[in-house]
Design a binder for this molecule. Structure first.
Ligand SMILES: C[S@@+](CC[C@H](N)C(=O)[O-])C[C@H]1O[C@@H](n2cnc3c(N)ncnc32)[C@H](O)[C@@H]1O
Length: 276
């Protein structure tokens, strides 16, 4: 791991994550054997499961597909793909605590034979060339400065005609400084939010052509409007992504919404196809 990767993994590491998730599940009377039990905490990106389904529904996913989830976190999206579509998924993530917790959650759901969780880097994917039909990446590129290398790695592991579907936080239409801390970085030095055009240019250079692109600003503001209203009325739920963000979770989410409102950033979907 290089220095940035060490800092990123440290940012996402917290004490006894599985124990805290289990305590929250117990409070809700849930076991985690049904992958849907975990959705409030294991889809660690804007819009949670709603956003996952919004992107996946634009793809053709069948049981025989080999999928790679880049920066898979706790493996929530990987379990969802297996549970919903029956495909096989390799989840790769830098943060050991997430990979280990993800493996435990896979076993509990009886999905361990369909998902392989590997500790590794998006910039050096532990996957053979040309073996993946589909690569997905949810809210990871903000931690990666070398987008050219990222796209070269994705292009390397995809088969010709394979698909890369991304949902990342990207720059919107002002270049003003972001306000920190944010969910992916507590300070500016660890944040590499880029404009969609930078993704597109890096992808095209690597042999990935853009199929669709969709700015998700309005969805994001509606989603957080609902979430913040529910927290105001009912308090914090036992199970949620706040378990992954430490003591400054509230500040990180408020800054995030403020940056979106100010047009500094916007989550954006992009779907690419590897040229045959
Ligand atoms: C905001 S979380 C999203 C996790 C997951 N995709 C999800 O949506 O639930 C960002 C994840 O990216 C991982 N990550 C960041 N940089 C990475 C890199 N260079 N290689 C692999 N994983 C990385 C982090 O460890 C973290 O788990």
């Amino acid at each position: 791991m290089d220095h940035l990767e060490t800092r990123v993994a440290r940012h996402y590491t917290s004490e006894d994550l599985l124990g805290r998730i289990d305590a929250a599940l117990a409070q809700l009377g849930l076991s985690g054997r049904n992958p849907d039990d975990l959705k409030p905490v294991d889809e660690f990106h804007t819009g949670g499961l709603e956003a996952t389904d919004a992107l996946l529904s634009q793809l053709e996913i069948s049981p025989e597909l080999k999928v790679i989830d880049i920066g898979a976190g706790l493996g929530g999206t990987a379990r969802h793909i297996v549970h919903r579509y029956g495909a096989h998924v390799i989840g790769v993530d830098l943060t050991r605590a997430f990979v280990e917790t993800g493996r435990a959650l896979n076993e509990r759901a009886g999905l361990e034979s369909a998902i392989t969780m590997i500790e590794g880097s998006a910039l050096n994917l532990p996957v053979a060339a040309g073996t993946a039909d589909l690569a997905v990446m949810f809210h990871v590129g903000m931690n990666i400065d070398d987008k050219d290398r990222l796209m070269r790695e994705v292009a390397r592991v995809l088969r010709p005609g394979g698909t890369f579907a991304v949902f990342d936080v990207m720059r919107d239409n002002t270049s003003e400084e972001l306000v920190f801390p944010l969910p992916w970085a507590s300070e500016r030095e660890n944040s590499f939010v880029a404009h969609p055009l930078a993704y597109r240019t890096a992808a095209e250079t690597a042999g990935l052509e853009l199929v669709t692109q969709r700015n998700r600003r309005d969805f994001t503001l509606h989603y957080f409007g609902r979430v913040l209203e529910a927290v105001k009325t009912n308090g914090l739920p036992p199970l949620g992504i706040h378990l992954l963000m430490g003591e400054t979770a509230g500040e990180k989410l408020r800054n995030y919404v403020a940056n979106v409102e100010a047009h500094r950033i916007a989550p954006c979907e992009m779907i690419f196809r590897k040229t045959p």
